[in-house]
Design a protein around this ligand. Sequence first.
Ligand code: ADP
Ligand code: G3P
Length: 506
Amino acid sequence: MSQYILALDQGTTSSRAIVFSHDGSIKARAQKEFAQIFPQPGWVEHDAAEIWSTQSGVMQEALSSAGIRASDVAAIGITNQRETTLLWDRKTGRPIYNAIVWQDRRTAPYCDELRAAGHEALFQQKTGLVLDAYFSGTKVRWLLEHVPGARQKAEAGELCFGTIDSWLVYNLTGGEKGVGGLHVTDASNASRTLLYNIHTGTWDDDLLALLDIPRSLLPEVRDSSEVYGHTSKGLLGAQVPIAGIAGDQQAATFGQACLDVGMAKNTYGTGCFMLLNTGAQAVDSQFRLLTTTAWQLGGQRTYALEGGVFVAGAVVQWLRDGLGIIRSAGEVEDLAARVPDSGGVVLVPAFVGLGAPYWDPYARGTMVGMTRGTTAAHIARAALESVAFQSAELLLAMQQDTAQLGIGLQELRVDGGGSTNDAMMQFQADILGVPVVRPQVTETTALGAAYLAGLAVGFWSGQDELRSLWKVGRRFEPDMTQEDRQTRMHTWKRAVERSRDWAAHD
Ligand SMILES: Nc1ncnc2c1ncn2[C@@H]1O[C@H](COP(=O)(O)OP(=O)(O)O)[C@@H](O)[C@H]1O
Ligand SMILES: O=P(O)(O)OC[C@H](O)CO
């Protein structure tokens, strides 16, 4: 029997492949960065051919460093940077333009127009998303409007739209140069397009009409765990089933085994992504958190509330590159540990505005509470605390949104580069009043994709087995009085008020 699952994790800055064993441990991994293309301020693109070449390269490399053959792989799972948008020609398999990355802001003015025309509520109601350039829909429209010949080809049914999962499946299953591959996506990726009704589980004709996007472009939406097809003959030496697909944050939630209602994970990367499993119920947020499809299994959708912190690990990068008070991100730990607290300093890293629950694009970074005694160590400490405060505000918003479901959060599961910082995780637990738990395997995104694929081919028996594979690496118990917690949160909110509505409104 095949003993491994291969996960492909196609992220914003690198393509990764990880081989997992049956006990959920990592057998081998490979990673390759690729070019970020910035054609104009606010624009971000990726070369789709490079995405495929790096992804297929690391796939081969991971297999050879594991010392295994494709026939040893029971299934492949795919997880990907979400929302990033690509159109390719059905006949040639060639992209008609670079992939427009989720960070790209070129369609912001068009989103403003749609908002001014009063369409925001419709998008929100049907897709669970806010009307923003972040999501795929307006990017597809931009491509149809701006790439010569694109609209005619689209009307003639000659183009395929896909998020990066679709592009990978198309290439994995296609013949020479990927031509004729499968054109599919899963419900979690579809739920990030602004074109997909998360309540009915279908592409939405009203939204397609509003954005003037022909239906023929769209991939078939499938479960997150099922055999979609097999890798093409020449690719790996054996035809391996492709059996799992999920967007990276949803996959991480699955990989953290947040499989039950009320379980939540937070990923501490450049920004933070927090997801709370709300089960079969798509919860509307009063704080404009996103309502999203976490995954779809056997036709059953599981939903999540999602919130993001724009600047999390990036504040540590700023200490390094902007202020120059540390030389590497890891050094922040020693610097912050030189003082017992932030000495009254509060840093609000609203460098690019504030997200939920404030949604203030005009907020800017601020630091308050400094005295003659303030040192770099206090600032480092305040920076780390700011990550925890912002995450706490998201979780508080989620708890209020789900109050009627009777969800009592037992613990927050954490992963990502910042979660290695023990002091920051302890402060996170303190300020939340909820235990924070870091698993042994922190590659939760790839693990989630592996789990989804493994479930589909019977490699793992079911969700109970996945629950049992999840192992605590370290648990941080809250150690702060309720009174202290309230005082600290109150002080944080006062500082946030000072950061708000600062930049000029253009
Ligand atoms: N010890 C640390 N304490 C706090 N933040 C850290 C630490 N080490 C790394 N980081 C931050 O974690 C981020 C990298 O994490 P990673 O999960 O690789 O992020 P991404 O996937 O967004 O690139 C960086 O922004 C970095 O500043
Ligand atoms: O590739 P990452 O980890 O930066 O994740 C990107 C997110 O999916 C964007 O929504």
